[in-house]
Structures are given as structure tokens and as C-alpha cells.
Design a binder for this molecule. Structure first.
Ligand code: ADP
Length: 544
């Protein structure tokens, strides 16, 4: 017998309609690409999103067509997302930090028909446009007066593109399983792979993200997503923010400590989210200037492991609660969030910090398990570590065009490529990406744990650990360190600092100092490049 409740399809544009009706004058503030800070609100965004849908419809864009965006977090970018989705087309985020060849590959693989882009990327678009034969129109997210003089065919300014369209244009009607968004993983191995979100998965994921023990979003919040919309959906904030009626503060192209701090303060931001490298810069800026952030309540850190020293600085020095989160493009992207369960809330702060360093627990809608090489599930005891697999309504079941099928098993589990432990209370700790793990004498060493402790040394700005060949142990850890400006430290200082904090056999066999550690387009340490660079490195312990 079927239930007798209404069939109300979970469609993404219903979120902006809800926000327009119930939180219509709630502000959406943007630091624009043109420079000034511009104020809009949900009512205006919903109207302009319908104009985008109408403009695309006039152009002949149809259900299922891919429309790319290569843009910063701005109100126009949000309008474009909702407008594209409301027509039943698919917004496809392109990460401008990728190499031009990769962007060309991705845009052609997706068969993008239109490309919305910010003027910041005009040179890049000019360079790649001749290699994008499927793109019929290039829309620069600006007005006619600011349209860059670039040699781009079929170029139009966004404001011209939507001029004369109907702000009450009707959304298209379709099933909630219809594709809505497309985002490629950076593809550190092989070609980038497309993750194709549906309307239903995006709406469910936004509900999951907003929950009290996830990001705890409320109408009273002012949220600044530093994490770009072109990286894993800005962690759902463009959906979950309007869903709850929170104010949005969008940083546009300026992501340096000074600019972010200015917006956090003047717009009285209560909640923000970004990867650790961004927070490293902000904390250094706060330290240098002596500024504080009195309105800020919560900061979500994810994308890479948040080191203890960073969590401690936010919580102890600035009184800001850290929510450590883990996820990935394939999970829309949120997987776990490190909010406190009752027994942890009752602990004293130092012990709570131990838990905050873990990547968190799964909200309803995310199933997780860890498995060994034989695929058998391992115990949730906080000690056994194995490959982390996940299932859920906002988890990919395949990649676009059937690539990378080996990551999905017959029972519907997706292999995250991460290695983790899960404790009895459900807190999960990432120990490594499977391809970065060091196997020494048959035992696994967690590179992430060593890195996190090393950055607690007062002179260390950033640290990376890689495995280097060793005649007796197969591989041993090499610690690569970037010192803070003007600081000095020796190999012995660093190893001395680690002593007693990690198992003896995890102790790196050597420390090298470098000026810079390379990062990927999504802010992660590029271990593959480091392994290539130090591939022939001879450890002092390898001599015997
Ligand atoms: P890409 O792979 O394209 O860089 P993703 O954001 O999808 O982008 O990367 C997901 C991966 O990032 C995860 O599989 C995991 O290895 C890593 N990651 C994300 N959050 C954390 C975290 N809090 N701690 C450790 N690793 C993390």
C-alpha cells in the first residue's frame, strides 16, 4: 500500500522560491569582480534567476544541456546556478585553477554549450575558446560597461544577456531525479571524472548540511563561504543558506587574509567555511594585526585535515568553534562533521580537541564502513584502519559517461580512496589517502597525523610527509617542511618536537626544508609532485 502524501518533487529552484517568499529581503552581499561591494537579496536573486532561465531558453538551451560556469562566489553566479537548474539544464562548474588543457578536456567531455565566466578569467577563456567547438555563447558575468576587450567569439555581457527577459518566467517541470549539476574531481590519477548531481540529491544534501549537528545553519546566521562554488558546490552553502534564510556574504575574487577579514567584520559574519590553507593565511593576518572577529561563532574547516594547532588557535585565542568536516566531490560533498556528541561535550576542552582533530561523525543520509584488502568490514574500534566506503542519497553511484567504474561495488558502496578508522561512537579519522599511505615493514604509517603534529612546532608553517624507498623497510617517511617567514629550526629541533608525540617507528628518517610545498587546484598538498621531486632522495638510514 502506498502512502497518501503529496508528491512534491525535490527541485533545487524551489529553494530560491522559498527564500524569496519567506526571506525575500535577507541580504546577499558580494565583493564584485568590478570592485565595489554590492548588496542584493533573495527576492531579487529569484527574479533574476528566472531571467537567466528565460535567456537560456531563448537561446535554445534544453533539458539536460550543460551550461558551464567559471566564476567566483558572487550573487550573479548564484543567479546563474538557479536559472540553469530551473530550466532543467545542468550547471557545470569549471575550476579556473586547473591547467588550461585540463579545462579544455573537461568542458569538451561535458559538451558544454554555454560558458558563463568572470572577467578575471577573460585571458584564460580567450586562450581556450578556439578549442571549445561546442560552446555557442560566452557570457561574461558583468555589464556592458565592464565587458573586457578580449578576442572571444560570441561574447556577451551577462546584464545584456538577461535584459528584456521575463522575471516571472515559469520554471520547467521535470522529475526530481533529473540531473542538476556537474563537477569534475581534479583527477590526481587519470583524467578528471564528472560527478553528476540530481535535483533530489542537491536538495537532500542541503537539508543534511543545515542540520544542527552538521553546519547548524539558521536564519540569524550571516555565512561567508570562502570555499569556491567551483570546488565541490561550495559545500552546499548556495543551497543551504537560502534554504534557511541566512544572509550570504560572497567574497568574489579576493580571498587573501586582509580582504576576508574585512568582510567578516563589516558584514558581521557568524559562520564561514574554507580549506586549511585559507585559514593559515587568515590566522597569520590576525596574529600580525592583532585584530579579532567578535561576531564569528563557527568556522567549518575541511578539504584537507585541520591541524590541531589551527583548531586550538581558533577556539582558544578567538573564541570561535571549529567544525572539522570531511567530504569529497562525489559526496556532494559533505561526508562527516565534527560536532560534539554529549559525552564529548562533557569533557574538558583539551580532550574535546582530541575529538575535533578527528574528521567527525556521519549525519543521517551518510552510511560509512571501513574494509580490509579482502573487502571484509573492519571493527569500529578507533584502531583498525582500512579503506573507507560510503553510501547515501547524495553519494555518486557512477561517474559521468561511465568512467572510473571500479570505485563502485555491487552493493552500491563507493570507495572514497581514503584510509580511515571509525571509533565506537562513530567518529571517523582519516589517516591517509590510499595512494599516499606509507607502508613500512608491512605496517601503515599515517602521513596526515605526522604532518598535523609537525605544524604545531612554532617555526613550522606547513609540512608534508612522503614515503621514500628504503632497502630494509621498503619505505620510510621523509618530512618536508616550510618554515614561517623569518624563523629557523634544525632537523634535530623538528624531530625532537615529534618525539613522544608519535610512535617511535613513525619517526621520519629525515627532514628537508623547502621554500614552498606545491598545492593542487583544490588546495591540497600535491604529494605526487613531491614524490617525483624526492624520488631519488637517499635517506641517512638507508646507508647500512
Ligand atoms: P579533489 O579530489 O578534486 O581535490 P575533493 O574535495 O573531492 O577534491 O577531495 C576529497 C578528498 O579530500 C577526500 O577524499 C580526502 O582525501 C580529502 N579530505 C577532505 N576533507 C578532509 C579532512 N577534513 N581531512 C583529511 N582529508 C580530507
Amino acid at each position: 500500500m502506498l502512502g497518501l502524501m503529496q508528491d512534491w518533487p525535490l527541485l533545487v529552484h524551489k529553494i530560491i522560491d522559498h527564500a524569496a517568499l519567506n526571506h525575500g529581503d535577507r541580504e546577499v552581499v558580494t565583493r564584485t569582480v568590478e570592485g565595489p561591494i554590492v548588496r542584493s537579496n533573495y527576492a531579487a536573486i529569484a527574479r533574476r534567476a528566472r531571467k537567466v532561465a528565460h535567456a537560456l531558453d531563448r537561446l535554445g538551451i534544453k533539458l539536460g544541456d550543460r551550461v558551464a560556469t567559471m566564476a567566483w562566489n558572487t550573487a550573479r553566479h548564484i543567479e546563474a546556478w538557479y536559472g540553469i537548474a530551473g530550466l532543467g539544464a545542468i550547471y557545470h562548474t569549471l575550476n579556473p585553477r586547473l591547467f588550461p588543457d585540463q579545462i579544455v578536456y573537461i568542458a569538451n567531455h561535458a559538451e558544454d554549450k554555454v560558458l558563463f565566466f568572470d572577467a578575471t578569467f577573460a585571458k584564460l577563456v580567450e586562450e581556450i575558446a578556439p578549442r571549445l567547438p561546442g560552446v555557442e555563447l560566452f557570457v561574461c558575468l558583468t555589464d556592458a560597461a565592464h565587458l573586457p576587450k578580449a578576442n572571444i567569439p560570441n561574447l556577451v555581457a551577462y546584464e545584456e544577456f538577461i535584459a528584456g527577459t521575463d522575471e516571472s518566467f515559469a520554471w520547467a517541470e521535470f522529475d526530481e531525479h533529473t540531473a542538476c549539476g556537474l563537477c569534475y574531481t581534479s583527477g590526481t590519477t587519470g583524467n578528471p571524472k564528472g560527478v553528476l548531481y540530481s535535483h533530489r540529491s542537491n536538495v537532500l544534501h542541503a537539508l543534511i548540511a543545515a542540520q544542527a549537528d552538521a553546519m547548524a545553519l539558521r536564519a540569524c546566521d550571516a555565512i561567508l563561504p570562502v570555499v569556491p562554488m567551483f570546488h565541490a558546490n561550495a559545500w552546499a552553502i548556495a543551497f543551504s543558506g537560502p534554504m534557511v534564510g541566512a544572509k550570504l556574504v560572497l567574497p568574489g575574487p579576493k580571498l587573501d587574509g586582509d580582504s576576508i577579514c574585512e568582510l567578516l567584520t563589516t558584514e558581521r559574519v557568524t559562520m564561514t567555511a574554507a580549506v586549511p590553507t585559507v585559514w593559515l593565511a587568515l590566522l597569520q593576518y590576525l596574529e600580525k594585526t592583532g585584530k579579532t572577529l567578535p561576531d564569528m561563532k563557527r568556522v567549518v574547516i575541511g578539504g584537507s585535515a585541520a591541524p590541531r594547532a589551527m583548531i586550538e588557535a581558533f577556539e582558544k585565542k578567538y573564541g570561535i568553534t571549529v567544525i572539522h568536516a570531511w567530504g569529497m566531490t562525489e559526496m556532494s560533498p559533505l561526508g562527516t562533521l565534527g560536532t560534539l556528541k554529549p559525552h564529548v561535550e562533557a569533557m574538558e576542552h583539551e580532550r574535546q580537541l582530541d575529538y575535533k582533530c578527528k574528521q567527525g561523525h556521519a549525519p543521517f543520509g551518510v552510511e560509512m564502513k571501513i574494509v580490509g584488502d579482502d573487502e571484509a568490514e573492519l571493527p569500529r574500534d578507533g584502531k583498525a584502519f582500512g579503506r573507507l566506503k560510503v553510501r547515501g542519497p547524495a553519494v555518486a553511484k557512477a561517474y559521468f559517461r561511465g568512467e572510473g567504474a571500479s570505485a563502485f561495488d555491487a552493493e552500491g558502496w563507493f570507495d572514497t580512496g581514503d584510509v580511515a578508522t571509525i571509533d565506537a561512537e562513530g567518529y571517523m579519522t582519516i589517516t591517509d589517502r590510499a595512494k599516499d599511505v606509507i607502508k613500512s615493514g608491512g605496517e601503515w604509517i599515517s602521513t596526515i597525523e605526522i604532518e598535523n603534529i609537525a605544524v604545531g612546532h612554532p617555526s613550522v608553517a606547513e609540512a608534508a610527509v612522503i614515503g621514500v624507498a628504503h632497502p630494509k623497510w621498503d619505505e620510510r617517511p621523509l618530512l618536508i617542511v616550510v618554515l614561517k617567514p623569518g624563523q629557523t629550526a634544525s632537523r634535530e629541533d623538528i624531530l625532537g618536537y615529534l618525539t613522544g608525540k608519535i610512535a617511535k617507528w613513525w619517526m621520519p628518517d629525515d627532514v628537508v626544508f623547502v621554500d614552498e610545498i606545491p598545492h593542487t587546484a583544490t588546495g591540497k598538498i600535491q604529494k605526487m609532485t613531491l614524490r617525483e621531486r624526492f624520488g631519488a632522495y637517499r635517506l641517512p638510514t638507508a646507508a647500512a
